[in-house]
Design a protein around this ligand. Structure first.
Ligand code: NAD
Length: 499
């Protein structure tokens, strides 16, 4: 039976008998924390404790970094023949698909994502990351440059050494894959610190890497709180790069850590407040409304590039908002994330729900019109109704700050010039979309929008070749794509005197 055919009761039965690891994975084996500390992981759908996980601190990070450093120096991974390394990552990609049931359950139980999203988005995308970056391994070239006849000059592209990866909880497995796959493909060794809310799937990933033929020490996972394990990793003098995905606030902290330690490279994928511009001449209003709904309510709105600001041209605003209300009110309904029909699970924690609800209150008090939602269902889990505000101005808090929940804000604009000005009036610049039939308008919008990813007449489309990352305070790294792989390498120039 395919996983897509399982019913809610099947998933609950499997969840109740699921076995999984809760210790760190260092140098190819599971180990407890040096000090023995543990922290609780709460299932946000039920508000019950799922498990206790080893809480890493500086000593655990030291062990993991030392293992990664030994592995790098031992060249078992960094100098493994390219085609062998490619085969390891290809096998890992297949193993992720084979272990889809376990991986899907672990992320869903920890952070509440609908199981159907795990099966259709997170796991296939994570597998694709390892396949894509694996395929690129023997395509990284150095160069020979033009010189006078008395010299020979070549440039090698080499790995950095130990890379520290720190990731968030909204796509636990996938965000880890975005960092680990290119880092390993480039020949680095890795220490990963998952988010404390979603620590389990990364432990399976690390184990599968060994099963795929990866050497011990090349991929290590240390769980723990951000201020402890995360800070120790980012401050470590033997870590040559920190690849971070998370909030803008903590992203800035990464730059400080780098300055306080060894000037390590820092790649940042941070928050967003993405605008979708719907112009009066858009191709199809219903299609646009569908994308607007999915763009903010998918993954409970816990998406860095969520289309949280809907900039709607005045001539179509009334009709657009009416259709959004009619369909958006029911398109996503809070439900058991283990029910394959559910498309809106709980938010990641009760604390995060309280934060999102505080934004709902701010929206109301600052004068936006609550069209639907804005309440929490009567349920112990961290659920919230999909929420929609109209009559929003770009100065209101709900238009300026990243809410990271299913809260849409509609702002009416007068034509493309004003739309671009409003879109760019944000500290963020992760993604943006424009909907228009006019080719010139579309290209001008692409030119003028301050964002790393632009969509025209669609939202959230893409593949592995698409650089993903932000302008402004959304960050300065690029995930997926060839550029990402290159960012985990450094050049060495060899000038040879031919005498
Ligand atoms: P967060 O910044 O609180 O945490 C992210 C990671 O940093 C976690 O592993 C956490 O433990 C760690 N951390 C926290 N404090 C730390 C510290 N002082 N030192 C070292 N590490 C620390 O973010 P979050 O709430 O887990 O995730 C949501 C955020 O992630 C949102 O802002 C979202 O936009 C962003 N995000 C961005 C992208 C992107 O590609 N741009 C993708 C997904 C999520």
């Amino acid at each position: 039976m395919s996983l897509m055919e399982l019913k809610t009761a099947d998933w609950h039965a499997r969840a109740s008998t699921l076995k999984y690891e809760t210790r760190h994975f260092i140098d190819g084996e599971f180990v407890d924390s040096v000090k023995g500390g543990r922290f609780a992981v709460i299932n946000p759908a039920t508000a019950t404790v799922l498990c206790e996980v080893s809480a890493g601190e500086a000593a655990d990070i030291d062990h993991a970094v030392a293992a990664a450093k030994r592995c790098f120096a031992g060249r078992t991974w960094s100098r493994m023949a390219p085609r062998e390394r490619m085969a390891v990552l290809a096998r890992l990609s297949c193993l992720l698909e084979k272990n889809a049931e376990r991986l899907a359950l672990l992320d869903t139980l920890c952070m509440g994502k609908p199981i159907r999203d795990m099966l259709t988005i997170d796991i296939p995308s994570a597998a694709q990351n390892f396949a894509y970056f694996g395929e690129l391994i023997d395509k990284i070239d150095g160069a020979v440059t033009a010189t006078a006849s008395d010299a020979f000059h070549y440039i090698l592209r080499e790995p950095l050494g130990v890379v520290g990866c720190i990731v968030p909880w909204n796509y636990p497995l996938l965000m880890a894959a975005w960092k680990i796959a290119p880092a390993l493909a480039a020949g680095n060794t890795v220490v990963l610190k998952p988010a404390e809310q979603s620590p389990l799937s990364a432990l399976v990933l690390a184990q599968l890497f060994i099963e795929a033929g990866g050497p011990p020490g090349a991929l290590n996972v240390v769980n723990g709180l951000g201020e402890q394990a995360g800070a120790a990793l980012a401050l470590h003098n033997d870590v040559m790069k920190i690849a971070f995905t998370g909030s803008t606030e903590i992203g800035k902290q990464m730059l400080i850590y780098a300055g306080q330690s060894n000037m390590k490279r820092v790649a940042l994928e941070c928050g967003g407040k993405s605008p979708q511009i719907f112009l009066g001449d858009l191709p199809d209003l219903d299609v646009a409304v569908t994308y607007a709904i999915n763009g903010i309510y998918g993954n409970m709105g816990e998406v860095c590039n969520a289309g949280s600001r809907l900039l709607i041209d005045k001539p179509i605003a009334k009709e657009f908002i009416a259709r959004f209300i009619e369909r958006g009110r029911t398109a996503y309904q809070p439900g058991d994330p283990l029910d394959p029909a559910t498309n809106l699970g709980p938010l990641v924690t009760a604390g995060h729900r309280a934060r999102v609800m505080s934004y709902v209150a701010r929206g109301k008090s600052e004068g936006a019109r609550l069209e639907f939602g804005g309440a929490t269902p009567d349920n112990p889990g961290a659920f919230i109704q999909p929420t929609f505000f109209s009559k929003v101005t770009n100065q209101m808090t709900i238009a300026r700050e990243e809410i990271f929940g299913p809260v849409a804000a509609a702002i009416e604009v007068d034509g493309i010039e004003e739309a671009i000005a409003v879109a760019n009036d944000s500290i963020y610049g992760l993604a943006a979309a424009v909907w228009t039939k006019n080719l010139s308008t579309a290209h001008k919008a692409v030119r003028d929008l301050e964002a790393g990813v632009i969509w025209v007449n669609c939202f959230d489309h893409g593949d592995m070749t698409q650089p993903f990352g932000g302008y402004k305070q959304s960050g300065q790294g690029r995930d997926k794509c060839l550029e990402s792989l290159i960012s985990y390498t450094q050049t060495k120039s060899a000038w040879i005197n031919l005498v």
